[in-house]
Design a protein around this ligand. Structure first.
Ligand code: GTP
Ligand code: MG
Length: 350
C-alpha cells in the first residue's frame, strides 16, 4: 500500500473516530459538540478538494461596521482594490477569485431582482474605481447584492493559496452600537446585515474582525456568539496602532476574557493582531504592520492544512474523552478510548 494511501486511510479513520467521540458527548455539551462538528466539516472540505495544498476554500471577513475588514483584505491583496473609508463603505458581498492564468479582470454584479452587470478591465485600479461606484455606499447604486471579481491579482501575498477566494462583506449594522451605526438609514442597515449574514454559509473560514479601539464590546460579543462560535473562525484584532497597551499578549488575553473564550474549547481558534502604523514623519496612515499580516497568513494556512487539522482533531479527541464523555454510556467511552488509543499510537509513530 502506498504511503499516501495509508495516510489518507489513517486520516479518515481519525476523522471517523472523532465523529464517534463527538457524538458520545454529554447532552449538556451541545454547543461544544456543534463546534467540533464544524471542525470535522472543515476537514472534509479541505480533503474533499483532493489536491492537497491547492485548496480553493473561501475565506471571508466579518464584523460590525468600520472594523477595518476591507483594509485587511487589501493588505493581503497587496493593493487597494476594495473600497475602505472612514464612513460606512462596503455595501455588497465582494468575492475576489484569483486565476493566475487570466490577464484581465472580470467584474460580475448580481442584483436581488435578477439583474446582472458584467464589465472587463485591464487594470486593477479600474476595478477599484468600479467597486467604489457599485459596491460601496458612496457609489451610484447599492442594489447589487453580490459582486464577483475574477483576475490575476499579481501583488497578492505569495503565501496565500495560488487560487484564493477572498470575500469582503458589509459591516453587520444590526449588531453595531448606536455610535457605530452613525447616520445610516434604517433600510440600508437591514439590507447590509442580511447580505453579510447570508454569505456566512457560503464561506469556509471566517475572519471575525474586532477593533483594538473597543475590545470585547457587547455588539462584537453578540455577533460572534450568534454566528461564529460554532464555525471555523479566526479572531482578528484590527487597528493595533489604536490600542494604548504595548504588550500584544495582554491585548489578546483581555479580548479572550471579555469574549469569554478558552482555547481548549474552540474548534478552530486563534487570535491575531493586525493593523497599520502611522507614518513616522507625517503621522498619516502608513503601511500595514507586516508582523500582523504574516501571523494572519500563517493562521489561515494552518486552518486549511490537513496535517494541522488532524493534529488538532487528535488533541480534541483526547480532551473530550477526558472531560466530556457521556458517563451514562461507559461502554461507549470504552470503545472510543480503544479507538482513539490505536490512532494515537499511529500518530506518535508518524
Ligand atoms: N488607525 C488605523 N485605522 C485603520 C486600520 N485599519 C483600517 N483603518 C481605518 O478604518 C476605517 C475603516 O476601514 P474599512 O477597511 O473601510 O473598514 P470596514 O470594516 O471594511 O468597514 P465597512 O465596510 O463600512 O463595514 C478606514 O478609515 C481605515 O483607513 C488600522 O489598522 N489602523
Ligand atoms: Mg468594508
Amino acid at each position: 500500500m502506498s504511503e499516501e494511501r495509508s495516510n489518507t486511510e489513517w486520516n479518515s479513520q481519525l476523522r471517523d473516530a472523532l465523529a464517534l467521540i463527538v457524538s458520545g458527548m454529554r447532552p449538556e455539551d451541545g454547543k461544544l459538540r456543534r463546534r467540533y462538528s464544524a471542525l470535522i466539516q472543515l476537514y472534509d472540505r479541505v480533503l474533499g478538494q483532493g489536491n492537497i495544498g491547492n485548496q480553493t476554500l473561501s475565506i471571508g471577513v466579518y464584523g460590525c461596521p468600520k472594523k477595518g475588514k476591507s483594509t485587511l483584505l487589501n493588505s493581503l491583496l497587496g493593493e487597494e482594490i476594495l473600497p475602505d473609508k472612514a464612513i460606512p463603505t462596503t455595501s455588497s458581498i465582494i468575492t475576489l477569485r484569483r486565476d493566475a492564468a487570466r490577464e484581465d479582470y472580470e467584474v460580475n454584479c448580481y442584483a436581488e431582482d435578477g439583474d446582472v452587470r458584467i464589465e472587463h478591465f485591464d487594470d486593477s485600479s479600474e476595478v477599484r474605481t468600479d467597486l467604489d461606484q457599485w459596491g460601496s455606499h458612496q457609489g451610484k447604486d447599492p442594489r447589487w447584492a453580490t459582486i464577483d471579481v475574477k483576475g490575476p491579482f499579481p501583488h497578492a501575498s505569495e503565501s496565500l493559496n495560488p487560487n484564493f477566494i477572498l470575500r469582503d462583506t458589509p459591516g453587520a449594522e444590526a449588531y453595531a452600537s448606536e455610535e457605530e451605526q452613525g447616520h445610516r438609514l434604517e433600510e440600508d442597515l437591514k439590507r447590509d446585515s442580511e447580505r453579510a449574514l447570508k454569505s456566512i454559509e457560503r464561506t469556509d473560514l471566517h475572519l471575525f474582525c474586532v477593533s483594538c479601539e473597543a475590545i470585547g464590546s457587547e455588539s462584537d460579543k453578540h455577533f460572534y456568539d450568534k454566528f461564529f462560535a460554532e464555525r471555523p473562525c479566526i479572531h482578528v484584532l484590527t487597528k493595533r496602532d489604536l490600542s494604548h497597551e504595548n504588550n500584544d499578549k495582554k491585548i489578546i488575553d483581555d479580548y479572550m476574557n471579555k469574549m469569554k473564550l478558552t482555547t481548549n474549547e474552540e474548534a478552530i481558534m486563534c487570535t491575531v493582531l493586525t493593523g497599520i502604523v502611522p507614518d513616522e514623519k507625517t503621522g498619516e496612515r502608513g503601511r500595514f504592520i507586516n508582523k500582523g499580516k504574516n501571523s494572519l497568513i500563517t493562521a489561515i494556512q494552518q486552518c486549511l492544512d490537513p496535517e494541522f487539522l488532524i493534529k488538532k482533531m487528535s488533541r480534541i479527541a483526547q480532551f473530550i474523552i477526558e472531560n466530556h464523555s457521556n458517563e451514562n454510556l461507559p461502554a461507549f467511552k470504552e470503545i472510543s478510548m480503544i479507538h482513539f488509543r490505536n490512532l494515537d499510537s499511529v500518530l506518535k509513530s508518524k
